[in-house]
Design a protein. Structure first.
Length: 341
């Protein structure tokens, strides 16, 4: 390790010599911790590119006493929900001079385990695990790691573990109550990875709420992959049987947009023939046609909470060990209307 640090120092001196500045100036340019004249910064960055200089981040964290890297693991970066949360974390990291290391599991438990071990091996300052595919053994491994961890919808807060939990039940209740008030009694639920806790929670909340708000309702369920095409495929399955629904409740907006496309191509009008709802309120939900009735989850707030739970503030304090509960809100747009007669 000392040998690696020595190589890095020599390279820093070479960059300084080539750009005609001090090593301290090169360090300031790399770290972004002080104002450097634009012309000087350009000269340093040119020298870095020509010398193919790569700072030894691990050695730098050892020298500084702690890591300046935040790890982020998500289930599906193709879903804008996860991407929005990651971007909020990334923005805060860059503003506070942290690096970000991101991994995408595609809902694979094996890939999740490999990503967690990679992050711990890189000695990240903190780790945000925004996934659903989490079993008890993984939770135990992270708890024993002693680094600050934030779970999203899984695990239990305490010690080095912070938990952010969305009240999915409340969101589903708002959707079902709204559709029942519009006269919908034939409903369908479209999901993905039915065995995952947060997905199953939404399905169970749907059945529980229907029993109270519309006990005579008929509910059908279909599942496919978490994607636009998955939404289309799930609608095909729903429409292949009877009774045909007057309302389709989708587990998220991404699948709902795929559902809208399939309905449109079958000549079914939304909402005149079929109402469609999503969940998350990603930006796409405003711009698809028709604009999607959905449930808003504040991704920016989640991302900022992730960062403040992992990175110490100017006084060295974090919010690690707490639980944060997100209450979603119903957003009514054009994709829902009275049930067809």
């Amino acid at each position: 390790m000392q040998y690696q640090a020595k190589i890095t120092a020599m390279s820093l001196e070479e960059v300084a010599k080539k750009s005609g500045v001090s090593t301290a100036t090169v360090s300031r340019v790399l770290n972004g911790v002080a104002v450097v004249k634009g012309s000087t910064r350009t000269r340093v960055m040119k020298a870095i590119a020509e010398l193919k200089y790569h700072p030894n981040l691990h050695a730098r964290s050892l020298a500084g006493g702690r890591s300046r890297t935040i790890g982020v693991i998500v289930s599906n970066l193709d879903n804008p929900f996860f991407l929005d949360v990651y971007r909020a974390v990334e923005s805060d990291c860059h503003a506070d001079n942290y690096e970000v290391l991101v991994a995408n599991t595609t809902y694979s438990s094996d890939r999740l385990i490999a990503s967690i071990r990679l992050m711990i091996g890189r000695r990240v300052a903190g780790l945000a695990v925004i996934v659903s595919e989490m079993d008890d053994s993984i939770v135990q491994e992270l708890t024993e790691s002693q680094i600050p961890i934030v779970f999203y919808d899984v695990g239990t807060a305490g010690g080095n573990i912070t938990k952010i939990r969305v009240n999915y039940r409340k969101g589903i209740e708002r959707i079902v109550e709204y559709l029942a008030a519009l006269g919908h009694e034939k409903m369908a639920f479209i999901g993905h990875h039915a065995a995952l806790g947060p997905i199953d929670e939404r399905r169970r909340a749907l059945f529980d709420t229907v029993k109270l708000a519309c006990p005579q309702a008929d509910i059908r369920v279909a599942a496919d992959v978490d994607s636009l095409e998955g939404g289309r495929q799930a609608v095909r399955e729903i429409l292949s049987g009877e009774p045909a629904p007057t309302a389709i409740i989708c587990v998220n907006d991404l699948m709902a947009v795929g559902a809208l496309k399939e309905l449109r191509e079958r000549g079914l009008r939304v909402p005149q023939d079929v109402s469609v709802t999503g969940f998350d309120n990603i930006k796409l939900s405003e711009f698809c046609y028709p604009a999607l009735t959905t449930v808003h989850i504040p991704r920016d707030r989640i991302g900022h909470t992730l960062f403040t739970s992992l990175a110490p503030d100017s006084n060295g304090a974090t919010t690690v060990g707490k639980e944060f509960i997100i209450d979603p809100e119903l957003v009514v747009r054009d994709s829902t209307g009275p049930a067809r007669r």
